[in-house]
Design a protein around this ligand. Structure first.
Ligand SMILES: *Cc1c(COP(=O)(O)O)cnc(C)c1O
Length: 393
């Protein structure tokens, strides 16, 4: 069967599989920095690109290629580039695709370091950015300039799970001749296919859902167009933010169960979110799967499911939020998300503490906001854990 015709779960299990001489069932870890050439001519040909074969692990490695080919297939892209971290993927996209004088329109509530990279560093090289709520198309349209070369969207966004209409924003980008780059970390390729909706580049922190086991930091970028893909790969290789073979092996292993993990976690998330909405201690709940979510209908059209990220506001503000986090026993108090274990965190004092209070509040990140990443434990245990903690808080 042609790999392109396989269903998503078959691609998860078999995508990128490498046939080695021993017939090993999984791609081995090629823990090597360099690869021997068969002759001087072979070495020269590999460098020239006229012979196939690996050269040096920063440039490429079979274990890393296996993961890249698997994700490239899942994202319906021409190719994927694995990176040392999610930030490595974002830095690669910015540096490969932007130049002095360019302007970027970005989701305001992007991952904190993404915004810092643009505002503190890319700005020194003459790149400017405007931050808007990209879930509001008029704001995106209003921010576009003749120099706009990239629209950078994170959807669903963190921590309020705002959903941006990718098809519509892709249309705006195309009109302007700008590239649409999507950080799809919160959705994973199982729930969202930005390239099929018109985006040019999709990237992930594989640290989250793709690896899913809280034991690796990594990133990956995939492109729709061969020229864009080549620019991304060249930048990663030159900058040196490559993934390591052992890291790639673990991520590829974790990836195989992506659909199973998310199907279970999102079933639990819907139950937990509905239960939280009924609690007197909770002011409101943001979960994409609830009809109360402002972009619930859009998410239903654009995504294959609602995922496992919930945020909710405690009526008692910061103090109640802190008490809740100190009282839960099963959910682990930690940042990150998308793993098999349930995590809880407080955006205002943790992930978003670097954002000035005024901006934070304008973005809806209030002091009583709690972010909850649902894992694959028994949902009854998770609810009981929250119930005890809420009653104590
Ligand atoms: C975690 C995260 C990143 C950064 O990824 P790292 O692997 O930590 O470098 C980028 N974007 C989003 C949405 C994230 O959640």
């Amino acid at each position: 069967m042609d790999a392109k015709d396989l269903g998503f779960c078959s691609k998860l299990v078999h995508g990128g599989a490498l046939k080695d001489v021993f017939g090993s069932a999984v791609t081995p870890i090629y823990q090597t920095s360099t690869f021997g050439f068969e002759s001087a001519k072979d070495g020269a040909d590999r460098f020239a690109g006229s012979a196939s074969g690996y050269i040096y692990t920063r440039i490429g490695n079979p274990t890393i290629s296996a993961l890249e080919q698997c994700v490239a297939g899942l994202e319906e892209s021409v190719g994927a580039v694995a990176t040392s971290s999610g930030m490595g993927a974002i830095a690669t996209a910015y540096l490969a695709l932007l130049r002095q004088g360019d302007h970027v329109v970005s989701t305001a509530s992007v991952y904190g370091p993404t915004r810092i990279l643009m505002e503190k560093h890319l700005s020194r090289f003459g790149v400017a950015a405007t931050y808007v709520d990209t879930s509001n198309l008029e704001e995106v349209r209003g921010a576009l300039r003749s120099e706009t070369k990239m629209i950078y969207v994170e959807t669903p966004s963190n921590p309020l799970m705002q959903v941006t209409d990718l098809r519509a924003v892709a249309g705006l980008a195309r009109e302007r001749g700008a590239l649409l780059v999507v950080d799809s970390t919160f959705a994973s390729p199982f729930l969202q296919k930005p390239l099929a909706l018109g985006a040019d580049v999709v990237l992930h922190s594989v640290t989250k859902f793709i690896n899913g086991h809280a034991d690796v930091v990594g990133g990956i970028i995939a492109a729709r167009d061969t020229d864009v893909y080549r620019r991304l790969r060249e930048m990663m290789v030159t900058m040196g933010c490559n993934m390591d073979p052992h890291q790639a092996y673990l991520v590829h292993r974790g990836l195989k169960t992506l659909a199973l993990r998310i199907e279970r976690a999102q079933r639990s998330a819907l139950e937990i979110a509905s239960w939280l909405e009924s609690r007197p201690e909770v002011a409101w709940v943001r979960y994409i799967g609830l009809p109360s979510h402002p972009q619930h209908e859009l998410a239903r059209k654009q995504m294959a499911g609602f995922g496992s990220m919930i945020s909710f506001e405690m009526k008692g503000g910061m103090e109640a939020g802190r008490q809740l986090m100190d009282s839960v026993k099963l959910a682990m108090l930690a940042v990150s998300l998308g793993g098999v274990e349930t995590l809880i965190e407080h955006p205002a004092s943790m992930t978003h503490a670097g954002v000035p209070r005024k901006e934070r509040e304008a973005a809806g990140i209030t002091d009583g906001l709690v972010r909850y990443s649902v894992g694959i434990e028994d949902v009854g245990d998770l609810i009981e854990d929250l119930r005890r903690a809420l009653e104590g808080a």
